[in-house]
Design a binder for this molecule. Structure first.
Ligand code: COA
Length: 319
């Protein structure tokens, strides 16, 4: 038993914040942001939009693309760092909003920017074990809510959005392999400096040592590419598409170089979406599926790196 992606969907809030607009708030410039990150703009959720609302819009598209009824879903996994509530989970809120009342399991996965890769791996394992047939896997984030908008070294990076896939049981892969890792010793390099259990005062926000994160991300993503190819006895040239986590164009370019891959075969959305954390890969995937770049038979490598640190990859064949 394998799993395969049967449909994709995504959602971006309508409000676009340009670099020029940001430059009116903090001491930065459009040119600096583009040169260091490749980001031109980001989408920002409206006050009434929470992560589960973004997830709902993306999920409805994925369900429609897969040609199934919401009630056929028998597993919901939501990757998010920015849940609506402490509990219930965003997955339970999404289940209710979708009107899925069949009692299927629904839970969140928290691996920050690696969240979607983690969630896809979890759902793949449920399907391989015969415990689910139609899994809804979502990455959804309202990173704008944990961004310190006065910190110019950080606030330029983030955006809001959601992406979703329906993962279906299949006789053939589909998902070829998944590889997940974490190393909590790096907790302080990229974190939110407060939370529920440690005593939240409501004033916490993301903190990051940008250049240290950058260097470790490039090295780690190099290693996960090697690990994924070796595990499947594949050559670099066997990969048709790289769908990377969209953190920084320079990190993406480094991974493409490692793969000996032209940027024409890399799905890039960081310029328009910025870093949407767990939503970035499914947003990029949906973009390239809908515009016809990713086609049946293509081998697609997704990879991500995020706070924790966490990192991982999913290799799949587009069916
Ligand atoms: N505009 C203008 N100048 C800025 C700035 C901004 N938005 N942010 C920082 N600077 C300044 C710094 O103050 C520093 O000035 P100084 O030399 O006078 O001290 C200078 O630019 C260089 O700072 P540095 O932090 O070394 O820049 P950088 O080239 O590393 O770029 C990031 C900063 C954040 C863009 C980059 O480190 C990065 O993208 N890191 C990875 C972040 C990431 O992807 N995190 C998520 C992982 S999932």
């Amino acid at each position: 038993m394998y799993s395969r992606v049967q449909g994709t969907g995504s959602y971006l809030p309508s409000r676009i914040m340009t670099n020029h607009e940001l430059a009116e708030q903090v001491d930065t410039s459009h040119d600096w942001i583009v040169e260091r990150t490749g980001i031109h703009q980001r989408h920002i959720a409206a006050r009434h939009e929470n992560s589960s609302d973004l997830a709902l819009a993306a999920a409805l598209q994925a369900i429609s693309a897969a040609g199934i009824e919401a009630d056929e879903i028998d597993l919901i996994v939501v990757a998010t760092t920015t849940p609506d509530l402490v509990f219930p989970s965003t997955a339970c809120l999404l289940q209710q909003k979708l009107g899925v009342a069949n009692g299927c399991p629904a839970f969140d996965v928290q691996a920050v920017c690696s969240g979607f890769v983690y969630a896809l791996s979890v759902a793949d394992n449920f399907i391989r074990a015969g415990q689910a047939k139609f899994a809804l896997v979502v990455g959804t984030e309202t990173m704008s809510r944990i961004t310190d908008w006065s910190d110019r070294s950080n606030c330029i990076l983030w955006g809001d959005g959601a992406g979703a896939v329906i993962l279906t049981a299949s006789d053939t892969p589909g998902v070829i392999s998944t590889h997940l890792h974490a190393d909590g010793r790096y907790r302080d390099l990229l974190c939110v400096n407060g939370g529920v259990s440690s005593g939240a005062d409501g004033a916490y926000a993301m903190r990051m040592q940008g250049s240290a994160v950058f260097k470790i991300a490039v090295k780690t993503l190099d290693a996960i590419v090697d690990e994924t190819l070796a595990a499947n006895n594949l050559q670099k040239s066997d990969i048709n598409w790289l769908v990377p986590h969209q953190a920084n164009i320079r990190i993406i370019q480094a991974t493409a170089k490692k793969l000996g891959m032209s940027m024409n075969n890399v799905v890039v959305t960081v310029d328009k979406h910025a870093n949407t954390s767990a939503a970035s890969i499914p947003l990029a995937l949906d973009t390239a599926v809908r515009d016809g770049r990713i086609r049946s038979g293509d081998v697609v490598l997704m990879e991500a790196f995020g706070g924790g640190f966490t990192w991982g990859s999913v290799l799949l064949k587009w069916v």
